[in-house]
Design a protein around this ligand. Structure first.
Ligand code: GLN
Length: 337
């Protein structure tokens, strides 16, 4: 046996170096979720703060146009229900379309999934949130995440007058354990007086026999969109659906694995509207955005993320919010895929 056999060949050295380099790169790339801290969140927030310049604050609801474009907040409720916050954590904003997942939870719990999805689809979409041409073709909304389906969802919640809205408000207060939450009356009035496109959808669905009530039901949708909360409240909502509808403090009054799966599947396929497919590729987590600049994210079986920055991209999703989520998900390797 020659002496050479015991010496690593140049090729072996290269392979070993490559493997150890890879391990180092991997170790740097993803961190353990137990290391999440306000410091981690702050550094991600600062890195992405300037993305607001790439977006535009929504002003099609005039009152929303008054929001401070530079406000930014980032919250996480970790696996143990511990809250971590960074940025403008006390800044309130309206939840807008994020309220659609709460309304869906309530109506499915009352009527059963089959009865609700008899009237609307489970479809993903390549269309913006206020698209409704399928009401002309198939006669039914594509899914409960876009406005048409959400308006129908709220109209199906039982109760007269503002009762369905109050159920949504109570559920948001319960999930966040924040009883000070209420709706912003100026934003509500502003949307009610300008929301003619939503009004059009309401009447098309009434014409199609899907809605039987009057415009009070549409007012409930406008009110739910005007519910005001913080990024921390959104992180608690994300946590709730990530954990079978168990609250961040462990309260299991509404525990329901099936409802949580349904809501998260809808968030995944349509929660970011026509950006949902690309978002599934880059972030890979059930998420719901609103034109108020918030995004609620569920990390299934683990945690909830809430972000806020009111400048929106062309799809109506928070620009800086998306980039903060993206960095956080990469850092902790949280994508489902
Ligand atoms: N209130 C808004 C609307 O109906 C909600 C839309 C959104 O947040 N994407 O237009």
């Amino acid at each position: 046996m020659s002496k050479n056999v015991f010496l690593p060949s140049a090729k072996a050295i290269c392979i070993a170096a490559f493997l150890s380099l890879n391990t180092v790169v991997y170790a740097q790339k993803t961190a353990d979720i137990s290391t999440i801290s306000e410091k981690t969140l702050s550094s991600i927030l600062e890195k992405n703060r300037s993305y607001y310049t790439e977006g535009k604050v929504a002003d099609y609801i005039p009152e929303l146009g008054k929001m401070d474009a530079q406000a930014i907040a980032f919250s996480v409720v970790d696996k143990n229900g511990k809250i971590h916050n960074a940025g403008d954590v006390h800044k309130k904003f309206t939840m807008q379309s994020i309220s659609k997942i709460i309304a869906l939870m309530i109506v499915v719990s009352e009527k059963g999934e089959a009865n609700v999805f008899d009237k609307m689809g489970y479809f993903g979409t390549d269309k913006p949130f206020n698209h409704f041409s399928n009401l002309e073709t198939t006669g039914k909304p594509l899914n409960p995440m876009m406005n048409a389906g959400a308006i129908l969802t709220t109209s199906l919640i039982s109760g007269e007058g503002e009762k369905p809205f109050l159920k949504i408000l109570d559920m948001v207060r319960y999930i966040t354990k924040n009883h000070a939450i209420d709706y912003n009356k100026s934003v509500y009035e502003s949307e009610k007086s300008t929301g003619h496109r939503n009004r059009g959808m309401f009447y098309l669905m009434k014409n199609n026999g899907l809605i039987s009530g009057n415009e009070e039901q549409l007012d409930n949708y406008f009110r739910q969109c005007s519910i005001e909360l913080t990024a921390e409240d959104l992180a608690k909502i994300g946590y709730f659906f990530a954990n079978q509808c168990v609250r961040f403090d462990g309260d299991s009054t509404y525990k329901n694995e099936e409802v949580a799966k349904l809501i998260q599947s809808q968030m995944l396929i349509a929660g970011m509207y026509e950006f949902s497919g690309e978002y599934a590729r880059t972030v890979g987590l059930p998420s719901k955005s609103g034109v108020g600049g918030g995004i609620a994210v569920s990390v299934p079986g683990k945690m909830g993320i809430g972000v806020f920055s009111p400048a929106l991209d062309q799809h109506g999703n928070s620009s800086a919010g998306y980039h903060m989520i993206l960095d956080f998900v990469k850092q902790y390797d949280l994508s489902l895929f």
